[in-house]
Every structure is written in structure tokens, then in C-alpha cells.
Design a protein around this ligand. Structure first.
Ligand SMILES: NC(=O)C1=CN([C@@H]2O[C@H](COP(=O)(O)OP(=O)(O)OC[C@H]3O[C@@H](n4cnc5c(N)ncnc54)[C@H](O)[C@@H]3O)[C@@H](O)[C@H]2O)C=CC1
Ligand SMILES: NCC(=O)COP(=O)(O)O
Length: 358
């Protein structure tokens, strides 16, 4: 993508995630690499990020401002010589690879600031979109805050009753671009069947259809839906969710013009002959859909939260504490770069739609 003028570059809040993981490193490296295309504003502890940046590449320059300065005066003018950092101080010293619940609240505070910045302060939004580096869900819980993931947290904080998690990526080898959305997100497996109600599944399909059309520009999205049980229930002999819930929801959705097909057995659906004519697969739960996506695209994939009033994109991987413990320079920042590019495209599409509607 060609460099953009300062005025047209989207402004992206990049939350740096778990400080003991690879998030801060991949956020700095990706934001620096793409600084001529997007104004990336890192949201995290400024002193820690400055130290990390100096160890990655001494030519990287950061420019910090406090939350108060941001609230009072907005973002300063951007050049490409420096990355801006909104300083959200950590509570404890960071040891790479070692989780410390004392820093859990500061990690959440970065998300809060990014959400505030997308909704607008000083009569305008500071950020066009949020890109999140991975955080450690257990550490937030260990800090005393019940937390399932960014997806659920962003829904709650924006007052959105229902959101959908979708991961996407390019498998390579001339395979079609793959999108996998989930009917349920971070749930213990034993709770999945109970969460698959007709209402729930209908809402998921509606959000998926609408966002594929409006945010991804797919005029008539084709959605392939998996069953829940082996062999999609084997006509009721291996479970009844396909008969009692999924099939009736798909019939009703099709009557409203949503091209949702299935339910298909999840173990055979992910073949090129099915995927080539599809825009998205809707899987019933996290570990039914994501292993396939990650096997095909790990390191280049993105995670998009659909249904939110703001744009949020993330990487396809976690905190990689094992790598962080070994030092800088080992983490692949390809997924973070893809997430930034995807956010830029979505911001551009939203701007184009706003211009058309005005
Ligand atoms: N969006 C988010 O904030 C996400 C957060 N997580 C969090 O991450 C924690 C750790 O998750 P894991 O299951 O261990 O998965 P993980 O993705 O952190 O690590 C799995 C393996 O992939 C490698 N890996 C991950 N990212 C890499 C990269 N950019 N470059 C090179 N190698 C990479 C790691 O070294 C490890 O061997 C979870 O407990 C969860 O809380 C997980 C997924 C998404
Ligand atoms: N495996 C994907 C994942 O856990 C994403 O979680 P989050 O984006 O909701 O934090």
C-alpha cells in the first residue's frame, strides 16, 4: 500500500496487551513498519515501551503524552518520524515471560482508553479504530476482574448486547481467503450446547450477514454453517441440536434472504470444493473452527469483532510467553501487520460509505 498523506492516514489505537508477552514488541515493530500508511498510537506504559523500542531498534522514536493531555488537548500533529504513545502506567516492573496480576488493571485501562478514544472526547473521536495485541486472560482474572476476552469486554463496555468473533486469513497456495466466525466465544465446552439457542444463533447469523455485507463489501454473502455434533448429528442418532436448533434457524434465515447453508459436518466442510464458493464458515464453538483457521493461516491471520459500534481487529495468536522469556527478536509480527492493514481498510470503507451517504 502506498504512503498516505498525514491528513488521510487513519489513526489507530494499538493496545500493547500483556506486558510480559510479545504484545509490546510486535505492536512497536508493526506500527513502525507501517507508519507511512497509518498513524498508530500505542497505548501502554510509555517508559516500558521506550525501553523496549530502544532494544528492538535504536532508530525507533516514540513520543509520549499523558491521558490527561489527550483528554485536554486531543492528539498532537503526526509525522512519520515518531510513534505516539498514550501513557498508561503499569503497576509493577515487567519480567518478560512472567505474568504479574499486579499489572492486570493497567492492561484493562489501555482497553478502556482505546474505547473512550473511539467514542470521542473533546467533541471528536481521537481514534478511527482499535487494534489489540494479545493479553493474558487469566492474569486479568487473577487481578480480581472476571474477564473472558477482549470480545466480551468490548461488547460490555460499548453496551452491545451481541457480538460475533471472526478470524480470517489467506492460506496461500492459491487457496481461497478463509473466514471463520463462531456461534459461541469463550465458553467451557460443557456450556456450549445450552448457549446454542434459536435466538442466539439467529442473532449471530444476522450480525455476520450484515457485517460481511456492510464492513467487508460482500453484496450477498454465502455462509456455510457447521453442525455441533459429529456427522452433524447423524440424523439425530449423535445429538439433536442440528434438528432442534440449527436447521430451523437456517430455514428461517433463508426466508429473510440470508444465504446460510448447512448444517454440514465440521470435519468435512473445510475442503476447497466447499470453501471456494463460500464467504465465511460459521462454526459452533471456539475449538471447532479456530484450529482449522490457524493451521491454514497462523502468523497472517486476523481476529475481527463483528457487531460492535467501533472497529476492533486483533492478531490470530496469544501472548507467546515462551518467546518473550527468551528475549526480543523471536516473535513474528506478520499477524499484527495484517491486523493494522485490515483496520485501515475498514476505516477507508467506513469513510467511503459516509461520503456516499452525505
Ligand atoms: N486476542 C488475544 O488477546 C488472545 C490472547 N490469548 C492469550 O494468550 C495466552 C497464551 O495462549 P497460547 O494458547 O499459549 O497461544 P499462543 O498463541 O500465545 O502461543 C502458541 C504457540 O505459538 C507461538 N506463537 C504465538 N504467537 C507467535 C508469534 N507472533 N510469532 C511466533 N510464534 C508465535 C508461541 O511461541 C507458542 O509456541 C492464553 O492464555 C490467552 O489468554 C490467546 C489468543 C488470543
Ligand atoms: N482464540 C482467539 C481469542 O481467544 C481471541 O480472544 P479476544 O480477542 O476476545 O481476546
Amino acid at each position: 500500500m502506498a504512503p498516505q498523506s498525514a491528513a488521510s492516514r487513519p489513526v489507530l489505537a494499538i493496545t500493547v496487551g500483556e506486558p510480559a508477552g510479545i504484545g509490546p514488541e510486535i505492536a512497536i515493530r508493526a506500527a513502525w513498519a507501517l507508519r507511512e500508511q497509518a498513524n498508530c498510537v500505542l497505548v501502554g506504559d510509555a517508559a516500558f515501551l521506550a525501553l523496549t523500542a530502544s532494544l528492538i531498534d535504536p532508530t525507533i522514536r516514540l513520543s509520549a503524552l499523558s491521558i490527561q493531555a489527550l483528554r485536554n488537548g486531543g492528539l498532537p500533529h503526526f509525522g512519520v518520524e515518531r510513534l505516539a504513545v498514550v501513557d498508561v502506567p503499569l503497576a509493577a516492573h515487567v519480567v518478560p515471560g512472567q505474568l504479574d496480576p499486579e499489572n492486570g488493571l493497567a492492561v484493562l485501562a489501555t482497553l478502556d482508553l482505546a474505547i473512550e478514544g473511539c467514542r470521542g472526547g473533546n467533541d471528536r473521536a481521537w481514534f478511527d479504530a482499535i487494534v489489540t495485541a494479545p493479553l493474558q486472560k487469566s492474569t486479568i482474572n487473577d487481578a480480581g476482574i472476571a474477564f473472558s476476552g477482549h470480545t466480551e469486554y468490548l461488547a460490555e463496555k460499548t453496551g452491545t448486547p451481541k457480538v460475533v468473533m471472526m478470524l480470517a486469513g489467506a492460506p496461500g497456495h492459491d487457496q481461497p481467503y478463509l473466514r471463520v466466525a463462531l456461534a459461541t466465544t469463550h465458553l467451557p465446552l460443557k456450556d456450549v450446547p445450552g448457549a446454542l439457542t434459536r435466538d442466539n444463533l439467529t442473532q449471530v447469523l444476522d450480525i455476520l450477514h450484515a457485517d460481511l455485507r456492510d464492513k467487508f463489501g460482500i453484496a450477498a454473502p454465502v455462509i456455510l454453517v457447521t453442525g455441533l455434533n459429529p456427522h452433524a448429528g447423524e440424523n439425530g442418532y449423535l445429538g439433536r441440536e442440528e434438528i432442534d436448533v440449527i436447521t430451523p434457524v437456517l430455514i428461517e434465515a433463508r426466508s429473510r434472504g440470508i444465504d446460510a447453508r448447512g448444517p454440514y459436518p465440521a470435519d468435512t466442510l473445510f475442503q476447497p470444493k466447499y470453501l471456494k464458493d463460500a464467504d465465511c464458515v460459521l462454526a459452533m464453538y471456539h475449538d471447532q473452527g479456530l484450529p482449522v483457521l490457524k493451521h491454514a493461516t497462523f502468523g497472517r491471520g486476523i481476529n475481527v469483532t463483528l457487531g460492535l459500534p467501533l472497529i476492533r481487529i486483533s492478531v490470530d495468536h496469544g501472548t507467546a510467553l515462551d518467546l518473550a522469556a527468551q528475549g526480543l527478536g523471536l516473535a513474528d509480527c506478520g499477524s499484527m501487520e495484517e491486523a493494522i492493514r485490515a483496520a485501515m481498510h475498514m476505516v477507508a470503507a467506513r469513510r467511503a460509505a459516509a461520503t456516499t451517504n452525505n
